[in-house]
Write a protein that binds this ligand. Structure first.
Ligand code: HSE
Length: 439
């Protein structure tokens, strides 16, 4: 029997992920010690309420409400409390005392990442956060290590399971957004207040983390363009499928050029039309996937469970083993890389293609007027489809639906085009504008 030295692990939080981490640490301690080269000694679990009900039966004497004392005696602190405070203070305390930190807290990293990474670097410690993006899916380590020698061009991620579940039901079962959301809530995917998921805040936090890593640049959360799924209609989803697309909420991080041709980066979250043949179109239910386009490696896709207690615990334990190995070897932790320091560009610089749906008067010259408005704003038409006009029973003007697919255009030009179309007398309404991604 090999005798390992022990690395002391303090766990903060015993929610669905924390309780599974504790269980696996206790149940698989020999295996984990063999892999880490050190025993992972769970010294305690800090919780707010000692009597709260837990998903897992854990030894009662491990629990404490005194997080600060627990952190003081730890080599590695696992923060699974979530939210900003007190998580931020505890992480800073841990780093200040030289401990490594393992966290799954995307909100904390998205808003305070640079502060935490600087605190870690100052003492030679490291922050590990595989669980912060896309749950069980290994994506942080591949970006940070496996692809460190490549250039990332673009990342397109389905990084929010709740919205993917909702959009998938709207597509496959024809449900309304409200009914699909009610199902997501009933099954425990959506929180009682689903705002963070359906308005894209959760995905935007993950986009910040992915973009910063992939482009070696600090990408602030406030620079991420964010649209949720609450504006997605049943009609859009049905029309999308008819045209060979599926609507997905995507987090897109990509390299771009600014107005002077200098390299930059952008991050955005919004619903988009994804061609049915694209691998992301096959991501169903609450699953997540991250599609990475790299210069040398080509296209890669990482797929799996984006949430769930035991699934996310897998990512946390992987980080714990890495952190423990680091303690055995010694030396400073791996610092965050932001050497590229690219310009973070606004949404107006994004270049993509669009599908615009218009309700128009069915009269001579309407198509020509619409086409000329697009041309005036440098937006080139790729496809046009018109459904037959309907003559209103009161003898009014017949209407038609125009679906216009554009070539790639700048977002700022597209926005000006949509404003002009909205004001054009021949256009009754702009019923839908969706970006097309991955075509
Ligand atoms: N609420 C998230 C989702 C999981 O629905 O994917 C945690 O990030």
């Amino acid at each position: 029997m090999i005798e390992y030295r022990n690395v002391r692990v303090a766990l903060l939080g015993a929610g669905s992920v924390g309780s599974q981490v504790a269980r696996l640490l206790l149940e698989q301690s020999d295996e984990l010690a063999g892999r880490a080269g050190a025993g992972l000694e769970l010294t305690g679990i800090a919780v707010r309420d000692l009597d709260a009900e837990r998903d897992v039966d854990l030894p009662r004497d491990l629990f404490t409400t005194d997080a600060e004392s627990l952190i003081l005696g730890a080599d590695i602190v696992v923060e699974l409390i979530g939210g900003i405070e007190p998580a931020r203070s505890y992480v800073l305390q841990a780093l200040g005392s030289g401990a490594d930190v393992v966290t799954g807290n995307k909100a904390l990293l998205a808003s305070h990442g640079p502060e935490l990474f600087a605190a870690a670097e100052q003492v030679g410690a490291q922050v590990f956060y595989e669980a912060a993006v896309a749950g069980a899916i290994p994506i942080i380590r591949p970006l940070r290590e496996s692809l460190a020698g490549d250039r990332i061009k673009r990342i397109m991620g389905i990084v929010n399971g709740t919205t993917n579940f909702i959009l998938d039901r709207m597509d496959s079962l024809g449900e309304s957004l409200e009914d699909a959301l009610a199902q997501a809530t009933a099954l425990g995917y959506a929180e009682a207040d689903p705002t963070a998921d359906i308005e894209g805040y959760d995905a935007a936090q993950k986009a910040t983390i992915l973009a910063s890593l992939a482009f070696h640049t600090t990408v602030p959360l406030m620079s991420v363009h964010r649209e949720g799924i609450t504006g997605v209609t049943h009609e859009q989803v049905v029309a999308a499928r008819k045209a060979g697309y599926v609507v997905k909420l995507l987090a897109i991080c990509e390299s771009l050029v600014d107005d002077d041709g200098a390299p930059g980066v952008s991050a955005r979250v919004h619903p988009a039309l994804v061609p049915l043949g694209h691998p992301l179109a096959a991501v169903h239910g609450a699953k997540n996937a991250v599609f990475v386009e790299a210069e040398a490696a080509g296209d890669l896709m990482f797929y799996g469970a984006g949430a769930g207690g035991v699934e996310t615990a897998s990512a946390v334990l992987g980080d714990l083993v890495s952190a423990a190995r680091r303690h055995v070897i010694g030396g400073p932790g791996l610092a965050e890389s932001n050497h590229a320091n690219l310009h973070v560009l606004p949404m107006g610089n994004v270049v993509t293609s669009y599908q615009i749906t218009l309700d128009v008067a069915d009269q001579p010259g309407v198509l020509a007027t619409v086409a000329s408005l697009l041309a005036q704003h440098e937006v080139s038409v790729e496809t046009v489809e018109q459904t037959s006009g309907v003559i209103s029973s009161d003898g009014g003007v017949a209407t038609a639906t125009l679906i216009i697919g554009t070539h790639r255009a700048r977002e700022s030009d597209l926005a000006a085009t949509v404003a002009a179309l909205t004001n054009a007398t021949v256009v009754n309404s702009v019923t839908s504008v969706l970006r097309v991604e991955g075509a």
